[in-house]
Ligand binder design. Structure first.
Ligand code: PLP
Length: 451
């Protein structure tokens, strides 16, 4: 029975990013099964998952092909490591495929179990790289406030979430944060284009202040996801590209959310038009069917590191079952032309439905790239005001109303965000939009009642 499961869950299972004591008052929803874009809970309710789990189930739930590949691989070789001088076919095949898909000279993969540990790898890679180049003083990594790059000590330090830094004494040394390009919340009187340029130039200012001889790298998501799907103004990335080209720093594109079709290209950096030196990958790499991530390094970085022993690795680096499943997932994305589907069919239709939400009195801007979108809730569209009750209240109510209407959307402050499975079809997008609208109406009513 659901209540029994919830009681055990509250008693013994610590949930990430949650206030555990709340589960004693109201139990967590027990998800039992998935099919396409749909989830089914222990009470038999059918829920539209507009978040693809945690931005990861790109090919949708219930893919038998992935089950079969995992089963076959578990029978043949459930585990072997890739340390020292052994390897195996799944890791070789996956690394080769990723090198083919990754843009430019990104041809070398260091595997991890997810995005956090992949970003930890990146910290060590860039610092060690500059050391090998005879510039050991280049240790500082610049990232952005409100960015999310994972939950380990290193990756949470790269992230710019103050709530995370406050717990556990972060950031680690030599991480510097600049502002995010969130025009809606922070753009003031500037046009989006002026603001995009100004925020990009903060990178240049930071390099000047810290010293180019001390800065190793800049890390950012092409489109910031967990920070609230912040889609930068069109001027932002071209200016970042110019700065990176002129300065001796490495560019790390965190593609954990943007990668594997989410923005209508294989990788988000292709959508925003920059060539990184390193990409962080995870999530959609296996559509979440197995935990796997990695760092894809340029020829220059990999060849430099390759001259010495790199004292770094995870037991599950290149795990054979996870690698085989990821490879099959990439085959499905290709065979079913899911990236074309996002770019030409689902993306444009979702955009139309999404932008129509701006007719709602609560919705300020509605932005979307591919199948990654956000709406900003506001009490006053013209001034782009935030809710007086404090950022997050309206968003939290709206998320709860979505959930009550069997729609999973997430909120970041007063932004509502979506990232549905890439397989979503137009009739399912209609359901998504209709339920989102209903949840917005209910939120509006609640906020009015509460004054
Ligand atoms: N980087 C980005 C951009 C992410 O969104 C996330 C997770 O949401 C991570 C890194 C961390 O990945 P993981 O949770 O697999 O460790």
């Amino acid at each position: 029975p659901t209540a029994e499961l919830q009681a055990l869950d509250a008693a013994h299972h610590i949930h990430p990013f949650s206030t555990q004591s709340n589960f004693e008052k109201e139990g967590a929803r027990v998800i039992k099964r998935g099919e396409g874009v749909w989830l089914f809970d222990s009470e038999g309710e059918k829920i539209l998952d507009a978040m693809a789990g945690l931005w990861c189930v790109n090919v949708g739930y219930g893919r038998e092909e992935l089950v079969e590949v995992a089963t076959r691989q578990m029978r043949e070789l459930p585990f072997y490591n890739t340390f020292f001088k052994t390897t195996h076919v799944p890791a070789i095949a996956l690394a080769t495929k990723l090198a083919e898909l990754a843009p430019g000279n990104l041809n070398h993969v260091f595997f991890a179990s997810g995005g956090s540990d992949a970003n930890d790898t990146n910290i060590r890679v860039v610092r060690h790289y500059w050391n090998m180049k005879g510039k050991p003083e280049k240790t500082i990594i610049i990232s952005r406030k409100n960015g999310y790059h994972g939950s380990t000590m290193g990756s949470a330090s790269l992230g710019g979430m103050s709530g995370m830094h406050a717990q556990g004494g972060l950031p680690i040394p030599d991480i510097h944060h600049i502002n995010q390009p969130d025009w809606w919340a922070e753009g003031g009187q500037l046009t989006p284009e002026e603001f995009g340029l100004a925020r990009a130039r903060e990178l240049e200012q930071a390099i000047d202040e810290l010293g180019e001889n001390r800065v190793a790298a800049f890390i950012a998501e092409p489109i910031q996801g967990a920070g609230g799907v912040i889609i930068p103004p069109s001027t932002y990335w071209p200016e970042i590209k110019r700065i990176c080209a002129e300065r001796e720093i490495l560019l790390i594109a965190d593609e954990v959310i943007c990668g594997f079709g989410r923005t209508g290209n294989w990788f988000g950096n292709q959508t925003v038009g920059v060539q990184p030196d390193i990409m962080t990958i995870a999530k959609g790499m296996s559509s979440g069917y197995q935990p796997i991530g990695g760092s894809i390094l340029s020829d220059e970085i990999a060849n430099t590191l390759g001259k010495d022993e790199f004292n770094h690795g995870y037991t599950y680096s290149g795990h054979p079952v996870a690698s085989a499943v990821a490879l099959e997932n990439l085959r499905i994305i290709e065979e079913e032309k899911l990236i074309d589907h996002v770019r030409d069919t689902a993306g444009p239709y979702m955009r139309k439905k999404w932008e129509e939400l701006t007719d709602h009195p609560l919705v300020g801007e509605a932005k979307i790239v591919g199948l990654m979108g956000s709406i900003a809730l506001t009490p006053d569209k013209s001034s782009r005001a935030a809710f007086a009750a404090g950022a997050g209240t309206a968003g939290l109510i709206c998320r709860e109303r979505c959930f009550a209407n069997n729609l999973v959307m997430r909120h970041v402050g007063d932004r509502m965000i979506i990232s549905p499975p890439l397989v979503i079809q137009p009739d399912e997008i209609d359901v998504l939009a209709e339920r989102a609208h209903r949840a917005l109406d209910e939120t509006y009513k609640r906020l009015k009642e509460e004054g």
